[in-house]
Structure formats: structure tokens, C-alpha cells
Ligand binder design. Structure first.
Ligand code: PLP
Length: 391
């Protein structure tokens, strides 16, 4: 008998493909110099942390009272402020007790899945998706079911989605702006999804939740506020994180918002609190709670990401790469010039270009380019992209 859990051993002894590439890049930089590596592997924001966030961190840091435990679901005043900010943006009618503070979107997702699912339940996810969803869903005892996208626009394939929903489906996870495609779901997509889920919930006699994973909500290039999912579908949980929009992924802070109109809303919130407790995700970092409450209305400077996107997109298209036009987040999804994206990624590595194959995102044959790097890195990487296209 093993003295450890075999499944956990499997997860811990194999790095994700993204991490694997990132570590390779570090090694290559140590051997050949940083200038020889164009690391497009990791979604680490390159825009500096906003001044208001730094000021708030400094101001609160010296307050000795701030380093104590808060309530398990987060400080009441913090939740009240964040709810007020969301209500003023979206008119969502959230209260302090609609929110559960977490250490980032990863925790928000793990808690939400655990709160909604019993063993054997299903979580349906339209591809392309953040690969960790599968890990989080399975850790909650659920079955992960992926459904294809429409390759013309990277919106979900609704016929496939509708037929993937069974009596065991507890939730559908959406992520817009999307990692890895950079695509923003249209209002029509949300409305169609809502009507499918209303029909299926009615048919199976229980609510099917939308879990809306939104760490890129504010990184959109249209300059417009994206629709707030719970305003279009009552049984919604929003999983949010400030990792990307405030460039603080290492600080681990986010929340879960339970729609005030959700069926059995108080019971769902209690299950969120219970799942947080069971997973040990109580009392999100207290200093950071105060900082994000104070900075709830601070927005990222998306101009640097826009500049990177415009250059990369136009240059790669001109070279003949088939690119999905990104409207948000900081990823460009590109069709692999050869059928096997893994093979292309290996060829790219030889040129110092680190591109993540789309397979683990549920989109084989594509490559993800995380363009949250310096503009200069993009400029210097273009000859390598050109050389690869001519193979
Ligand atoms: N969801 C998506 C789509 C992501 O891209 C990421 C991180 O890259 C996460 C969740 C996890 O975010 P966090 O750092 O807030 O845990």
C-alpha cells in the first residue's frame, strides 16, 4: 500500500505544460542569456502594479490591527465596500453576505465546485479552457466534461453544449475574456447559454449553475464594461480575482459572488462557506482584503497590452499565421502552421520562442502566446516567428 495518495502524487510530480515551458525558459536564459529567450508561456501581468495599490499596501501595512484574522468569509466592511462597487457598476443588488473573499480565482473555483457538487456530478466546460478547471473539478469529486467551440468565432458550440448537459450536470463554467483565446463572449452568447440552461434546469428539476470565472473582466480593449452574467441568468456564481487587473497574482486575493436571485441563495452561500471551511480557504489575506476594498474602482492600464496585441496580431497575420482576433485578456491564440502544435512548440523552443500548445486547453492544433511581456520582447521575437513560418 502507498503511504500517499496516488492521484495527488500524479498531480504533484508532473508540472503543468505551461510551468514546464516556463522552467525551460529560465534554464535557457541562464545558459544563453535572457535576450535569447522570448517567454510567452505564463500569464504573469507585465503592466506595473497601479500607484493607488502600492500606496494602499504601504498605508495599511503599518496598521498593527490589520494583520489579525478576519471573519472566515472575509471582513464585513470589505465585503460591503466591494458589493457597493459592483452594485454601482452593474446594479446587481449584492450585499456583503453575497460575497466570500478568497485567495484568488483558483480558490474561488475550488470552493464553488465543492459547494455545488456531490460525487459523480458533472461540470461542463466549453473549450478552450484554463487547464486547471479539470484538476479543480475532479478534486471536488465531479466529472469534467468539455465541449467543443465554434472554430469560426471561438464562441461555444451550443448544439454540443446542449447535448452534453445531463441530469448529473451541476454547473457550466465560462471564462470571458477567455484564457487562452482572448475572445470575449457576446451578449448573444450569454443569452443563448441562459436560455439553454433555463430549459435544462426545468427539464431535470434542479438548477444548473453558471460559474463565471472572470479574472480578466477589466482587461478588455473595447473600453466598455462587459455584461454581468448574473443579470442575465439568476443561478450564477462569479469567481473573481484581482491577480490580473491589478497585476498582483502573487498576493492571492479574489472573491466569490452569489447571485441574490439564485435558487436557495442562502443555502448556496452557506455551502460556499462550508466548502471554504472544508478546504481550509478561510480568512483570505487580511491586508490584501483592505487594499482591494480601497482599490475596488482602480482599473488597469490596458494600453500597454493593447499595443502588444496590435503589434503581434498584425505582424503574425502579415506573416501568414492564422490568428484569433483577441478582444480581451492578454493572450493570442494562433493556429499551428503544422498539424501537431506540440511539434511546432518544440521547433519554436529551438528559436528561444516559448509557445504553449493548445491541447491542454482543449484546443489541439493551436498555440497560446501570452503577450503580457515587454513591447521590446515582441519586437525582438518577430524574426523567430518569421523563420518558423517558413519551415
Ligand atoms: N482562471 C483563469 C482563466 C486564469 O487564467 C487563471 C490564472 O491564470 C486563474 C483562473 C487563476 O487565477 P488566480 O491567480 O487568481 O488564482
Amino acid at each position: 500500500m502507498q503511504n500517499y495518495n496516488e492521484e495527488m502524487y500524479g498531480l504533484g510530480s508532473r508540472r503543468s505544460e505551461i510551468r514546464e515551458l516556463f522552467e525551460y525558459g529560465r534554464q535557457l536564459a541562464a545558459e544563453k542569456g535572457a535576450d535569447a529567450v522570448f517567454d510567452f508561456s505564463l500569464g504573469n501581468p507585465s503592466v506595473p502594479v497601479p500607484d493607488a495599490v502600492i500606496a494602499s499596501l504601504k498605508a495599511h501595512h503599518d496598521n498593527p490591527g490589520i494583520h489579525a484574522y478576519t471573519s472566515a468569509q472575509g471582513d464585513f466592511e470589505v465585503r460591503k465596500k466591494i458589493a457597493a462597487s459592483l452594485n454601482s457598476r452593474f446594479g446587481a443588488g449584492l450585499g456583503a453576505d453575497s460575497l466570500y473573499m478568497t485567495c484568488g480565482a483558483a480558490a474561488s473555483l475550488c470552493i464553488s465546485f465543492k459547494a455545488l457538487c456531490n460525487p459523480g456530478d458533472e461540470i461542463v466546460v466549453p473549450a478552450p479552457f484554463f487547464p486547471e478547471y479539470k484538476v479543480f473539478a475532479e478534486a471536488a469529486g465531479a466529472r469534467f466534461v468539455s465541449v467543443p467551440f465554434n472554430p469560426a468565432d471561438f464562441q461555444p458550440d451550443f448544439t454540443a453544449l446542449a447535448s452534453a448537459i445531463t441530469p448529473a450536470t451541476k454547473a457550466v463554467v465560462i471564462n470571458s475574456p477567455n484564457n487562452p483565446s482572448g475572445v470575449v463572449y457576446t451578449l448573444e452568447t450569454l443569452r443563448t447559454l441562459a436560455s439553454i440552461l433555463e430549459e435544462k434546469s426545468e427539464l431535470y428539476g434542479h438548477p444548473i449553475f453558471i460559474v463565471s470565472d472572470e479574472p480578466y473582466r477589466e482587461i478588455v480593449y473595447s473600453g466598455e464594461e462587459l455584461p454581468f452574467v448574473m443579470n442575465y441568468y439568476r443561478n450564477t456564481l462569479v469567481c473573481y480575482s484581482w491577480s490580473k487587473c491589478l497585476s498582483i497574482p502573487g498576493e492571492r486575493i479574489g472573491y466569490i459572488a452569489v447571485s441574490p436571485r439564485a435558487e436557495d441563495e442562502r443555502a448556496v452561500y452557506a455551502a460556499i462557506c462550508g466548502a471554504g471551511r472544508a478546504l481550509g480557504y478561510v480568512c483570505a489575506p487580511s491586508l490584501l482584503q483592505r487594499v482591494v476594498a480601497e482599490c475596488a474602482d482602480v482599473r488597469p492600464d490596458v494600453d500597454a497590452y493593447r499595443r502588444n496585441r496590435d503589434l503581434l496580431y498584425s505582424e503574425l497575420c502579415a506573416m501568414g499565421y492564422e490568428c484569433i482576433p483577441p478582444d480581451g485578456a492578454f493572450y493570442l491564440f494562433v493556429k499551428s502552421p503544422i498539424a501537431d502544435a506540440h511539434e511546432f512548440s518544440e521547433l519554436a523552443k529551438k528559436e528561444g520562442l516559448l509557445l504553449v500548445p493548445g491541447d491542454s486547453f482543449g484546443a489541439p492544433g493551436y498555440l497560446r502566446i501570452a503577450y503580457c511581456v515587454s513591447y521590446d520582447t515582441i519586437v525582438r521575437s518577430l524574426p523567430a516567428f518569421k523563420k518558423l513560418k517558413s519551415f
